[in-house]
Design a binder for this molecule. Sequence first.
Ligand SMILES: Nc1ncnc2c1ncn2[C@@H]1O[C@H](COP(=O)(O)OP(=O)(O)OP(=O)(O)O)[C@@H](O)[C@H]1O
Length: 275
Amino acid sequence: MTSTLLAVRDLRASYPGPSGPVEVVHGVDLDLARGEKLALVGESGSGKSVTARAILRLDPDATLSGRVELDGADLLALPTRRMRAIRGARVGLVFQDPLAALNPVMTIGWQITQPLVIRGVPKKIARRRGVDLLARLGVRDAERRFDDYPHQFSGGMRQRVVIAIAVIAEPDLLIADEPTTALDVRVQARVLELLHELTGERDMAVLLITHDLGIVAGFADRAVVMRHGRAVETGSVEDIYHRPRHEYTKALLAAVPRIGGDPTRPLITIKEGER
Ligand SMILES: Nc1ncnc2c1ncn2[C@@H]1O[C@H](COP(=O)(O)OP(=O)(O)OP(=O)(O)O)[C@@H](O)[C@H]1O
């Protein structure tokens, strides 16, 4: 029996524009069960990031409506202070720019252990867990590297640090926006494998935002296909790949280059406004 962790209903987000508010998320519904991996897919500009940011109320200038229920509590109705406590504790976050997410003057070990230390976990234990996590993320010599600063890490290593910070406090949900885009294929596979393991070990759910249908196929249980700020199709990864219903999903799948595919075959295009 799976239980619903996150239920999003008719979520809308508008931002101030030069001639009034502009709606960029037009009524998105999605459900995520504990331990489930859901991918939000679509092309650049389809509204994946703004949907994730709206779920967590990350943009103070966005006007939001609808319902975002985490374990039955509507996040859109919570006081800001309670919402802040949920981010980081119950929901771990990984966004696209790892450098912006790290503090340049603190060691990476300090930053990784902070979510545990502020919850009263003794420093030594927090360090042990942090080092283990970094090692599981494929960072070599994790014990020694723990006392380095962000500038001493490559971009790919910093991204793994950000992932470690997001998951160390064992959140119920991880929201990760293109978490592996900056990583080479081998490290990408390691990171996805770890996230997969954590969903099993801790029943952590993952909302993965990606434009990469290859990652979706290898990682997610279900997917929501987004276009122009709407969820156009939702289904199991199996159904989306083998029995896509929406023309846009078919076009997205047809646009994925395949090894051995016919390079002269034209890409399917669909007309603007077609839904
Ligand atoms: N702060 C903002 N103010 C106004 N419009 C915004 C804001 N942030 C995003 N948008 C608009 O919302 C739409 C969706 O953007 P979003 O970044 O969610 O797309 P995406 O699918 O995540 O693409 P990408 O993979 O490139 O990040 C775009 O048209 C974008 O211009």
